[in-house]
Design a protein around this ligand. Structure first.
Ligand SMILES: [Zn+2]
Length: 336
């Protein structure tokens, strides 16, 4: 039996990816330094069509991805997120002749990874290694994934590539604590802050009563946005600057539903940012995206301007009859 080695963090990420019961496929990425090549991460491929049972891929995408991989990075196999254990070795070999085929199969007690050797179709063992790749290599893979999506499905990046979202450390900590309080349900809200050129400063978040809150979905009424603006008043420096929601235990990404939701949101506010937070990932994971659903720089600063207005907003929203009950406003630690 062939032994494939996989970075433990990458394996965790693959297990988390299996949400919504839909099939997805991607390329395993690694370095051709050993045989078989170790697996450092994966990049999801844009599906040409998908349903519960099948997913179609364009072989040209595999070639395109190989071109944008960082120095020394190579496709080392295929990843399939399958609703049930499937044998796709034969189909997989039309995309890639050699390497590992890793299937993620959803299970009640944590999704399971199965591995086969693509060339032979034989069952292979997948050995997880702590920190198989350093952090630099991991961000190389992420950068490659970004470049790849831009080429394939993206419109070009906005003219100002320096879009960034700045968050004060006290606010980041308060939001992580808030998100940890709901370990089994996503919670969504309105990000509040100020804008300076291409930079968004997030200063607080207002979470309305949730119309729906499940393990992989959350919803709130769009009318709540008007309630926030009303509570802030016309002279407030603090304005809605985007959308924030939690992904407890799921890792950070924009799901299909998230992309649809955020496209609607950013049609009304093209400079809106989307923040996604998984407070249960090691060290908490954050993702910031611009209105084109592209990752932007998220900078957490030790010292950031705190807005006393957030405390005022919390009081205004809590006032009976104002916006309905059940609002929660999260701001930096020292605003009340
Ligand atoms: Zn989401």
């Amino acid at each position: 039996m062939i032994d494939y080695f996989i970075d433990a963090a990458a394996a965790t990420c693959m297990r988390r990816q299996c949400v919504g019961g839909r099939m997805w496929a991607g390329l395993l990425v690694g370095r051709a330094s050993a045989s078989p090549a170790p697996i450092h991460g994966h990049v999801l491929l844009p599906p040409m069509g998908q349903s519960g049972e099948h997913v179609r891929l364009d072989p040209r995408h595999v070639g395109l991805l190989a071109n944008v991989l960082p120095d020394g990075g190579v496709p080392v196999g295929l990843l399939v997120l399958a609703p049930a254990a499937v044998d796709v070795c034969a189909a997989g070999r039309t995309l890639l002749t050699n390497g590992a085929l890793v299937c993620v199969v959803p299970a009640a007690d944590g999704n399971v990874l199965h591995c086969r050797d693509l060339a032979t179709g034989q069952e292979a063992s997948l050995i997880e290694v702590e920190d198989l790749c350093g952090l630099t290599e991991r961000s190389d893979v992420e950068a490659a994934a970004d470049a790849f999506w831009q080429q394939l499905v993206g419109e070009p990046l906005p003219a100002t590539p320096s879009w960034r979202c700045v968050l004060g450390a006290p606010l980041a900590q308060s939001l992580e604590a808030f998100a940890r309080a709901a370990p089994r349900a996503e919670v969504g809200g309105i990000l509040l802050g100020t804008r300076h050129g291409p930079t968004t400063h997030a200063l607080a978040a207002a979470f309305p009563p949730q119309a729906h809150s499940g393990w992989n979905r959350c919803e709130f009424e769009t009318a709540t946005l008007a309630a926030v603006c009303d509570a802030l008043g016309t002279n407030a420096a603090l304005r809605p600057v985007g959308w924030i929601h939690t992904h407890p235990h799921l890792g950070v990404f924009l799901s299909d539903t998230d992309v649809t939701t955020f496209r609607q949101w950013s049609a009304l506010d093209p400079r809106a940012v989307a923040l996604v937070l998984d407070p249960f990932a090691a060290g908490s994971e954050w993702l910031a995206c611009n209105s084109r659903c592209r990752r932007v720089v998220l900078e957490v600063r030790e010292r950031a301007p705190d807005s006393g207005e957030a405390a005022h907003l919390a009081r205004a929203l809590a006032r009976p009859g104002r916006a309905g009950s059940g609002w929660q406003v999260v701001c930096g630690a020292d605003t009340d």
